[in-house]
Ligand binder design. Structure first.
Ligand code: UDP
Ligand code: MG
Length: 320
């Protein structure tokens, strides 16, 4: 039984050695308890620091370590995809390099999968400790909105940390879309998922790569990727405004016929004009968002471009 650990890394030179030490310990334990072999796949997402060098050093020291290095920063979603693609294990786990996803949970997760009842063991954090309150507020709001609109359930507080069976990994890889929103993809492919809960822990070293604006864009990605409800909503708003306008027209025509037409009501006209054009622009924007995603999708660009991999470097260094 081989277990692959997929680790997307972006500027994680400080965390990587710490992460390796921790995960190596858990791997040794699980070799004892479950007879599981491991491979570690570090995906260097175009880091600007010495992350690749660290991964290379680990590969030289430990043959179980493999790496893929991107030609530039493609984002965590691309990193996950590349890692899953490279993974050869019967079971594949994904975890962050910053030890925010406790590897100590792996034995229990594996137990669930081995019982045969589940194809996936996923984790969610129960608290949002150590996070700015405003971010927590918007995060909660996002989950509320998307779950109202989308048929695919997006679990609040779900982390990307999960262990999957080979079947599920293949299913996830079959979804070759360019705009990837993992939380949605994992839910969309189905399979029975066992949820593990744990209290949020702070990263061991380095800093988070997410700011508010990035998270906002990511949430739009999630909504556009997993529901077309905003399009219907835009149409509905349009219809509602037409109705209002119709009632208004009838009212004004009747009033003009009965009482004549004194030139009044300029401010209200401007207000209505502003409101309507605002709504129109908003709806066009919503449609545009879908159009943009469609545009990117039909280009069929690769999800990532690898600059080098551990296999490639081994081949090069092998004596002829
Ligand atoms: N990450 C990545 N590419 C990016 C941003 C992040 O591969 O463009 C990785 C990062 O190295 C880490 C994981 O994704 O292993 C989670 O990132 P981070 O800890 O910054 O996110 P947070 O835990 O704060 O949500
Ligand atoms: Mg983190």
């Amino acid at each position: 039984m081989l277990i692959s650990l997929v680790v997307p890394c972006y500027n994680e030179e400080e965390s990587l050695p710490l992460f390796y030490r921790e995960v190596d310990r858990v791997a040794a334990e699980m070799k004892e308890s479950h007879g599981a072999d491991f491979e570690f796949i570090f995906v260097d997402d175009g880091s600007r620091d010495r992350t690749l060098e660290e991964a290379r050093a680990l590969h030289q020291r430990d043959a179980r370590v493999r790496f893929v290095s991107f030609s530039r920063n493609f984002g965590k979603e691309a990193g996950i995809y590349a890692g899953l693609k490279a993974a050869r294990g019967d079971y594949v786990a994904m975890l962050d390099a910053d030890l925010q996803d406790p590897p100590g949970l792996l034995p229990r997760m594996l137990d669930e999968l081995l019982s045969g009842e589940y194809d996936c063991a996923a984790t969610r954090r129960t608290t949002r400790q150590g996070e700015p309150p405003i971010r927590s507020f918007f995060a909660r709001l996002f989950y509320k909105i998307i779950n109202k609109m989308s048929d695919t359930e997006i679990v609040d507080g779900a982390r990307d940390y999960r262990l999957m069976s080979r079947k599920m990994v293949d299913a996830v890889l079959a979804l070759g879309e360019y705009n990837r929103f993992s939380k949605g993809i994992f839910s969309w492919v189905g399979f029975r998922t066992k949820w593990f809960e744990y209290v949020n822990v702070e990263r061991v070293a380095g800093t988070t790569k997410w700011n508010f604006w990035k998270l906002f864009l990511y949430s739009i990605e999630g909504i556009v990727g997993f529901t077309t409800a905003p399009l219907a909503l835009a149409a509905l708003i349009g219809l509602l405004f037409c109705l209002c306008a119709f009632v208004g027209i009838v009212f004004i025509v009747v009033r003009a016929l009965l009482f004549g037409d004194p030139t009044a009501g300029w401010p209200s006209t401007i207000c209505i004009l502003l409101l309507c054009s605002g709504v129109q622009l908003f709806c066009t924007g919503v449609v545009g968002e879908y159009l943009a995603k469609t545009y990117l999708e039909v280009k069929r660009r690769p999800i990532y471009i690898a600059k080098t991999t551990s296999e490639e470097e081994d081949d090069k260094n092998r004596p002829q």
